[in-house]
Design a binder for this molecule. Structure first.
Ligand SMILES: [Zn+2]
Length: 271
């Protein structure tokens, strides 16, 4: 009996030790995959948060896929090419002019009503479907990229991003791997937010100032990491137009799906 107990406890301790080694090995593997790990030294300090005053409402539209949606897809994150073209035509004929997210910091006089177009997740249909329509209407947009997905099947490639950038499109970070940043460890959240900025900057060749919270998940701590990493704006998935006193790290957006008819969206129609 004693012998059995002894053998059992040896097996339990050995499996415990190998589990610890496995965890250690996995975390080292993860670290090894990060090529730009120079985190800023002052991440612990709270960011200097400023508010902006936005006297005229500025809608930020949130798109994901521009394509027909699969049967198992979520229709709210798909707009068909046809719907998207109708929506862009509506904006153009109703006097909207696209601006970038820097508009809140440097509002310039524009000939029309300002609107911001954003596309989340860096799907390849941003290049094949959305980009030609945007060019046709002389519109610009901001594309939020999950940097681990660059060059993956179904996602934007480095070359496509460069071509879109040369045509005036903006790019922001949507983290390295799209985790819930409010549930991630501090170290991981810092890496997701800061390293994705550095990687994207290498791809587009300019400074990246715009961030988008994966899944819309944000809290005070995540917002401070975003600010301290050098971003000046961050968008949420909370449904509202940007108006009045605003925090540039909590910019709300209007989700646009396949069925969205802009005549039925008071936030757009009444502007
Ligand atoms: Zn996303």
């Amino acid at each position: 009996m004693k012998k059995t107990l002894l053998i059992a406890s040896v097996i339990i301790s050995l499996s415990g030790i190998s589990f610890i080694f496995f965890r250690l090995y996995s975390s080292l593997q993860r670290d090894a995959s990060v090529t730009l790990a120079d985190l800023p030294v002052n991440l612990d300090f709270p960011a200097d948060r400023e508010e902006f005053s936005v006297p005229t409402a500025v809608p930020i539209l949130m798109y994901h896929h521009i394509s027909g949606y699969p049967n198992d897809g979520n229709p709210s994150i798909y707009a068909s090419l046809w719907s998207f073209e109708v929506q862009m035509e509506w904006l153009s004929s109703h006097g909207f002019r696209t601006v970038g997210l820097d508009y809140f910091r440097n509002p310039k006089k524009i000939d029309g009503k300002p609107i911001i177009l954003t596309f989340d997740d860096g799907y390849q249909d941003a290049y094949t479907q959305a980009f030609p329509v945007l060019k046709k209407y002389g519109f610009l947009a901001t594309f939020y990229i999950v940097t681990d997905d660059i060059d993956r099947n179904g996602y934007l490639s480095k070359n496509e991003i460069s071509e879109m950038r040369s045509a005036g499109m903006n790019f922001g970070s949507h983290s390295l791997s799209h985790p819930d940043l409010t549930a991630a460890s501090q170290r991981r959240a810092e890496r997701e937010i800061y390293n994705s900025k550095k990687i994207l900057e290498q791809v587009i060749g300019t400074t990246v100032t715009d961030f988008c919270y994966p899944g819309g998940a944000h809290n005070w701590n995540v917002e401070n990491i975003v600010a301290n990493s050098g971003y000046t704006t961050a968008t949420t998935t909370d449904n509202d137009v940007v108006f009045g006193k605003i925090d540039p790290l909590r910019l709300n957006r209007l989700n646009i799906g396949n069925e969205t008819n802009f005549d039925d969206v008071p936030a757009l129609k009444n502007l």
